[in-house]
Ligand binder design. Structure first.
Ligand SMILES: C[S@@+](CC[C@H](N)C(=O)[O-])C[C@H]1O[C@@H](n2cnc3c(N)ncnc32)[C@H](O)[C@@H]1O
Length: 269
C-alpha cells in the first residue's frame, strides 16, 4: 500500500465522527476562528485548500466570498464525499473538490493557478517529502500570491513539560523523532513535525518569503488536554489565550503546539 493510501485510509476512518468531535472542542473552534481571520485579511480570486477534511473552511470561504473560487484537495475519499455533500446542499457553484495529495494538484486542477493557498490543521505534516510539497505548492501559486500554512509544531515546549511531569518521556519527545505517530494513542499515523527553521528553509528554497510565523497553544493548553482545559477557570483560560496572542509572533511563538506561517511568493508587495 502506498503512503498516501495509508494516510487516506486513516482519515477515511477518522471522517466517521470528525465533525462531532470537533463541535465538542472549544479550543479547536477558537483556533480555527483565528486561522480564518488570517485568511480573510487577504484579497483573493482563486484559493486552494489542501486537506479540507469535512469542508468546514472551504464551505465557509465559498459562502462568504461568492465572487471568488475555492478549490480543495484531500487525500481521503470519505472527506471528499462529506465536503461534496455540503457543496451540493448549499448549491455552491464557486467550490470544487478533488481527491489527492499536494503532488496531485495539476492532475486535479489542470492549468489552474491560485493567488491563495491555505492549509488548516496540519495536512502538510503527512506528506512524503516536505521539500517536494513546497515545490508543488509554489509552482501553482501566482506571482505575488500568498500562502497560509499551519503545521503541528516540533518544539511544543509546554507539551514536553506536561508529559515529563506525567512521567511519560517517550511522549514528551515523540515530536522530535523522524516519524511521529500522530495524536491518537491507539491509531498510528506516519507523520512528521517541523520546526519554524525547517519550514523557513523549505520556503526559501522555492522562492517563498516567510513573513511571519505565529504560535498557538504556547501557554494555553493544547486542544487534546481535555482534563486540563476543563479544570482551568474560565478567566485563567482567557488570560492564557490573550497572552498567547500577544507573544505569538515573537520567538516564543515557535514553541507553540501549532504554528501558522504567512508566506508570500516573491514579487509580492
Ligand atoms: C487533521 S485533518 C484537518 C481537516 C481540516 N483542514 C480541518 O481543519 O478540519 C487533516 C486533513 O488533511 C487530509 N490530508 C492529510 N494528508 C494530506 C495530504 N498529503 N494531501 C492532502 N490532504 C491530506 C486528511 O485526509 C484530512 O482530511
Amino acid at each position: 500500500m502506498s503512503y498516501y493510501e495509508e494516510v487516506g485510509n486513516y482519515y477515511d476512518k477518522d471522517a466517521v465522527d470528525f465533525e462531532q468531535r470537533y463541535w465538542k472542542n472549544p479550543v479547536l473552534q477558537r483556533i480555527r476562528q483565528s486561522f480564518r481571520e488570517e485568511v480573510k485579511q487577504l484579497p483573493f480570486r482563486r484559493a486552494l485548500e489542501i486537506g479540507f477534511g469535512p469542508g468546514f473552511d472551504l464551505i465557509h470561504f465559498a459562502r462568504i466570498f461568492p465572487e471568488a473560487e475555492v478549490c480543495g484537495l484531500d487525500v481521503s475519499q470519505e472527506m471528499v464525499q462529506l465536503a461534496q455533500q455540503k457543496i451540493d446542499a448549499h448549491a455552491l457553484a464557486n467550490a470544487r473538490v478533488g481527491q489527492g495529495s499536494v503532488e496531485h494538484i495539476t492532475e486535479q486542477f489542470p492549468e489552474t493557478s491560485f493567488d491563495l493557498i491555505y492549509v488548516f490543521f496540519g495536512a502538510l505534516n503527512t506528506v512524503e517529502d516536505i521539500e517536494r510539497a513546497f515545490e508543488c505548492l509554489s509552482d501553482r501559486l501566482e506571482e505575488g500570491g500568498r500562502m497560509v500554512l499551519t503545521f503541528v509544531n516540533k518544539w511544543y515546549l509546554q507539551g514536553m513539560l506536561i508529559e515529563l511531569l506525567k512521567g511519560r518521556p517517550v511522549q514528551a519527545f515523540s515530536r522530535l523523532k523522524k516519524v511521529w505517530g500522530g495524536y491518537s494513542p491507539t491509531e498510528f499515523l506516519a507523520s512528521r513535525c517541523y520546526s519554524p527553521a525547517e519550514i523557513g528553509r523549505c520556503a526559501e528554497r522555492v522562492g517563498l518569503k516567510l513573513f511571519t510565523h505565529s504560535g498557538y497553544s504556547i501557554f494555553s493548553p493544547a486542544w487534546y488536554y481535555h482534563g486540563l482545559n476543563r479544570r482551568l477557570p474560565g478567566r485563567l483560560r482567557q488570560a492564557a489565550w490573550d497572552l498567547d496572542r500577544r507573544i505569538a509572533d515573537g520567538p516564543l511563538g515557535g514553541l507553540g503546539e501549532y504554528v501558522l506561517y504567512d508566506l508570500r511568493k516573491k514579487g509580492s508587495k
